[in-house]
Design a protein around this ligand. Structure first.
Ligand code: B12
Length: 307
C-alpha cells in the first residue's frame, strides 16, 4: 500500500516525529545531543531525517520514560535493545525518586517525575506531565502525580535544607503544563466569567493554576490572575462582574478575614469560594464556601460558571 508506515525509504522530519510522540522538536534534538538517540544517518549541519527504525527507537525511549525511567536510562534501554526494543523502563537504580526524595509506594509516573525533577531535566518533566495529563486529566495528575513529589521535595528540604532548585524547576514546569491545557481548551460552555485569584502577597499559587486547568478542561471560561494587590482584586471583581470568585490562600494572614468586607458585590449574585490551608481558622462570612480539594473547588466553580 503506498505511504505505508515503516517502509525503508520512509523518512520523517523532526517536526513530524515530535508530533507523533507528543513532545517538542527541541526535546528530540536534545535527546539526540545528550543521549545519542536520533536519526541513524545524520551528519552535522544536515536536516534530521528519521527512518521508521529511528522512530521506533524513540517511541521505545518515550514509552520507558512515561513508565518511570529517567531520560538517560530510557535512552540506554532503547539503544541497547535495538529495534523492537522493550518498552519496560530500566529498574530504578536504588534512588526511588532521585537524590534522596522519599516516595515510598509511589507508582512509576511519580518516581519518574521525582527523578526528572531532581535531575533538573525540564524536558523529561514536561514529557511526564503532558503524558499524565493526556492519560489521566489535570486533577488526577495534580493529586496523584505532582503533589506527592512536591510534598517529598518539601520534606527533603526540611530534612536536609537542599533541593530548592528542584522545587523551582518542578513549579515552573507545572505552571507551563497547566497553561498549555488552558491555551488548548476551547470555551464551550457559556455563562458569566469566573475569577480565580490568589490572596494578596501569596507566592504559592500552583493549586490555583491546577484549578484553572481543570476548569478549562471542562470548557468553562475563567480569568486566572494569581496574586493581586487588594485594590487590583477589587477592580478585577468590579470589571468582570463574575458568577464566582475563587480565592486561594496557602499561608495564613491577618488580612484574610477582612478581605471580603471591601470586595464589590456583583449583581446578579456571585458565588464566593475559598481554598487552601491559609483559610483554616479564619472566621468567614456565611456566604463564603470553603473547599478542601481541587475536585470540589472545580465542581463549585463549574456550577457557578455555567449555571
Ligand atoms: C512549590 C512550593 C514553592 C514554590 C511555589 C511556586 C508557585 N508558583 O506556587 C516556590 C519555589 C516559589 C516556593 C517558595 C518558597 N517556599 Co514554598 N513550597 C512549595 C511546596 C513544595 C508546594 C506548594 C503547593 O503547591 N502546595 C499544594 C500541595 C502540593 O500541598 P498539599 O499539602 O498536598 O495540599 C493540601 C491542600 O492544600 C489541598 N489542596 C491541594 N491542591 C489543592 C487545590 C485546590 C483548588 C484546593 C481547594 C485544595 C488543594 O489538599 C492538600 C491536603 O490538605 C510547599 C510544600 C507543601 N507541602 O505545600 C512549600 C512550602 C509552602 N514553602 C515553604 C517555604 C518556607 C518557602 C520559601 C520561604 C523558601 C523556599 N523553600 O524556597 C519561599 C517563599 C516564597 C514567598 N515569597 O513567600 C514552606 C512554608 C513553611 C511555612 N509554614 O511557612 C513549605 C510548607 C515547605 C516546607 N515544608 O517548609 N515554594
Amino acid at each position: 500500500m503506498p505511504g505505508e508506515q515503516g517502509r525503508a525509504d520512509d523518512v520523517l522530519g523532526v517536526a513530524a516525529v515530535a508530533r507523533r510522540l507528543g513532545v517538542a522538536p527541541a526535546t528530540l534534538r536534545s535527546w539526540h545531543r545528550r543521549y545519542g538517540i536520533g536519526p541513524s544517518s545524520y551528519s552535522s549541519g544536515a536536516r534530521r531525517a528519521y527512518t521508521a527504525e529511528d522512530v521506533a527507537r524513540l517511541e521505545a525511549m518515550h514509552a520507558a520514560m512515561v513508565r518511570g525511567a529517567s531520560a538517560a536510562d530510557a535512552a540506554r534501554t532503547a539503544l541497547a535493545t535495538g529495534l523492537g526494543a522493550s518498552t519496560e523502563p530500566t529498574p530504578p537504580s536504588g534512588r526511588q525518586g532521585g537524590r534522596g526524595l522519599r516516595l515510598p509506594d509511589a507508582g512509576p509516573r511519580v518516581r519518574g517525575l521525582g527523578r526528572a525533577a531532581s535531575a533538573l531535566d525540564a524536558e523529561a518533566v514536561d514529557a511526564v506531565l503532558d503524558d499524565s495529563i493526556t492519560a489521566l486529566g489535570v486533577a488526577a495528575t495534580w493529586d496523584g502525580v505532582a503533589r506527592p513529589v512536591l510534598v517529598a521535595i518539601a520534606e527533603r528540604w526540611q530534612r536536609t535544607s537542599t533541593g530548592v532548585e528542584t522545587e523551582h524547576l518542578l513549579s515552573e514546569c507545572l505552571l507551563r503544563a497547566f497553561h498549555r491545557v488552558v491555551d488548548r481548551a476551547p470555551v464551550t460552555r457559556s455563562g458569566r466569567p469566573v475569577l480565580l485569584a490568589a490572596v494578596p502577597g501569596e507566592a504559592h499559587h500552583l493549586p490555583l493554576s491546577a484549578l484553572a486547568a481543570v476548569v478549562a478542561e471542562r470548557g468553562v471560561g475563567a480569568r486566572s490572575l494569581a496574586a493581586l494587590p487588594e485594590a487590583s482584586l477589587r477592580a478585577a471583581v468590579d470589571r468582570t462582574g463574575p458568577a464566582a470568585v475563587f480565592l486561594w490562600a496557602h499561608g495564613p494572614g491577618p488580612h484574610l478575614e477582612g478581605l471580603f468586607t471591601d470586595l464589590p458585590r456583583p449583581r446578579p449574585g456571585c458565588r464566593w469560594i475559598v481554598g487552601g490551608p491559609g483559610w483554616a481558622g479564619q472566621d468567614l462570612p456565611g456566604e463564603v464556601l470553603r473547599c478542601d480539594t481541587l475536585s470540589e473547588a472545580a465542581d463549585q466553580v463549574e456550577r457557578a460558571g455555567t449555571g
